[in-house]
Design a protein around this ligand. Structure first.
Ligand SMILES: [Zn+2]
Length: 270
């Protein structure tokens, strides 16, 4: 099972360590699970999508074991990067330069091809997923683009002060820190998610999480892009290898295609 593309980074759960730009408190955990569990119980369309993906993954693992090993085709996914910045003049704080974004995508591609020095290579357990990413060259209306969108949010005091609020409970708390993520997506709307990987680089998350992604949706990372490989795994429906644990006991491990992260390369763990 090591050849599944899911084998990727994931060890990544141990390597995740992103740092907020401004907060005295550093939230370094991934917020994807809480959002996922909330949506599974509150959004029928989302739950149906996830259940369908899990069924198809099981069928694929059970019935197409040889098929996935035969293709040398590299899948390249177009990326649109939404930078929500406060116009820092030096281009380093929350407004990375084009070159810095290009470097982030290059490192992401190294990670997904097991050639990054920060993750296992093919001789130490890593796998070339044959999935790569490229900054979009065309907008949804077929105009030219470099795949990098910059939106000024320096006129939003709560954003300047504390970035965005992690809404794992579903709704925005106006008494809390930061602005709502849907305010961000109004500032810089999602491009069609069936055609692009939308990555939001934000000033930071002020409560409870360092970064997060929606399975099959979009990713939200600090503007230094540090958690990008991890969150991109979630974008591709990859669960944590500790999926299903309860902080005290390991997840069930009776059937590796149905327990933990649903992939057999790594045993479920705390
Ligand atoms: Zn995660």
């Amino acid at each position: 099972m090591k050849h599944l593309f899911y084998t990727i980074l994931f060890t990544m759960c141990c390597l995740f360590n992103c740092t907020l730009l401004f907060s005295q408190t550093t939230y370094n955990q991934c917020g994807t699970d809480e959002i996922h569990h909330y949506l599974m119980t509150h959004d029928t369309t989302y739950a149906n999508k996830i259940n369908s993906v899990e069924r198809n993954l099981q069928l694929y693992q059970n019935n197409n074991d040889n098929l996935r090993l035969m293709s040398d085709t590299v899948l390249t996914i177009p990326v649109v990067v939404h930078i929500i910045h406060t116009n820092n003049a030096n281009g380093l704080i929350d407004n990375p330069t084009d070159q810095q974004v290009i470097d982030m995508i290059a490192e992401l591609n190294k990670t997904f091809s097991a050639t990054s020095t920060n993750y296992p290579n093919v001789s130490s357990g890593g796998v070339n997923t044959k999935i790569q990413f490229a900054l979009a060259k065309r907008t949804p209306t077929c105009g030219a683009t470099n795949g990098i969108l910059r939106v000024y949010a320096g006129n939003l005091p709560k954003y300047v002060e504390s970035g965005i609020q992690y809404q794992f409970w579903g709704s925005y708390d106006p008494a809390g820190c930061g602005i709502a993520m849907n305010q961000v997506t109004i500032l810089s709307p999602l491009w069609p998610q069936e055609s692009y990987y939308n990555l939001y680089l934000i000033r930071g998350i002020c409560n409870g999480a360092g970064a997060y992604a929606y399975y099959g949706g979009y990713a939200v990372c600090p503007s230094n892009g540090y958690a990008l490989p991890h969150e991109t795994g979630h974008y591709l429906y990859l669960y944590h290898t500790f999926n299903g644990q309860n902080n005290t006991t390991c997840p069930q491990n009776a059937n590796c295609s149905q327990d933990g992260d649903l992939v057999c390369d790594t045993d479920p763990h705390l």
